[in-house]
Design a protein around this ligand. Structure first.
Ligand SMILES: [Cu+2]
Length: 258
């Protein structure tokens, strides 16, 4: 009994000590908004440091960038600024840009300034980050090949880029399905196409079957189309896409393996 009592006293003391400690909190480490992201470059202007991050491998397809701005004088985060992404590929005989997404307004989202590009081919690219009132800087980026972007010629003689955004980690069952559609207006301008009717047909060619309960992608914003794809089993799937506009029909497909 005495033994148990001493254990209890020890336990009580421990609890008291722990709670004493908790009454005296240490200042928490500030949370880094870029935690978990991969830095691809940084630049210091006269008063501001800009760091550029991504959340996935740099390959052909939809690539998100996050710019973190800190004041050099005290390392504090800047959450209001105008930050713009530009892209360039110098192919020697000609130069071209890519589809781009920049947020409107000057408010950071979770203390970062997000933007995105669709890299339409593999090879050496440059991304340029422009911070209003500070200047701009350029980061060279090697873009790895992938089959996530389809270049399609429409019956309207325009070139379209259809990009598979999701699922990147496909699972058996219903998956979010997301594509973006852009067209090429000039070498430097690739606007989003927002008026496409998308019909989607997933199938397993090796087994000669499709799947039920798919939801055709519907335009949300900025040329992004969202639907659902149902993979009823693992293996090689083919996603046929029929994209129709008033004056044009495009057909393309993506292979997804799970
Ligand atoms: Cu190129």
């Amino acid at each position: 009994m005495k033994y148990i009592k001493s254990i209890l006293v020890t336990l009580l003391l421990t609890v008291t000590l722990i709670s004493c400690k908790e009454d005296n909190p240490v200042t928490p480490e500030p949370i880094d908004p870029a935690e978990g992201l991969t830095k691809v470059g940084e630049h210091s202007f006269s008063e501001i440091k800009a760091e550029v991050y991504t959340d996935a491998a740099i390959e052909v397809g939809y690539c998100k960038f996050y710019v973190k701005l800190t004041k050099l004088s005290d390392n504090s985060l800047i959450t209001s600024a105008s930050v713009k992404l530009k892209t360039l590929m110098d192919m020697g005989t000609m130069k071209h840009s890519s589809p781009l997404e920049n947020i409107s307004g000057t408010d950071a989202i979770n203390s970062l300034f997000p933007s995105a590009a669709v890299f339409i081919m593999s090879g050496m690219w440059e991304i340029t980050i422009e911070v209003e009132n500070s200047g701009e800087f350029t980061i060279p980026l090697e873009v790895a090949p992938s089959s996530n972007v389809k270049k399609v010629n429409g019956s309207d003689n325009k070139t379209y880029f259809v990009t598979l955004i999701n699922p990147m980690d496909p699972k058996v069952g219903l998956n979010d399905f997301e594509i973006s559609i852009h067209t090429k207006e000039s070498m430097m301008l690739f606007p989003a196409v927002e008026d496409v009717n998308v019909t989607m047909e997933p199938s397993m060619p090796s087994m000669g079957h499709g799947s039920p309960n798919n939801v055709n992608p519907v335009h949300q914003a900025d040329g992004h189309y969202l639907g659902k794809v149902n993979f009823t089993m693992t293996g090689d799937w083919l996603i046929d896409l029929y994209l129709s506009k008033t004056d044009s029909l495009l057909v393309t497909s993506f292979n997804i393996t799970l």
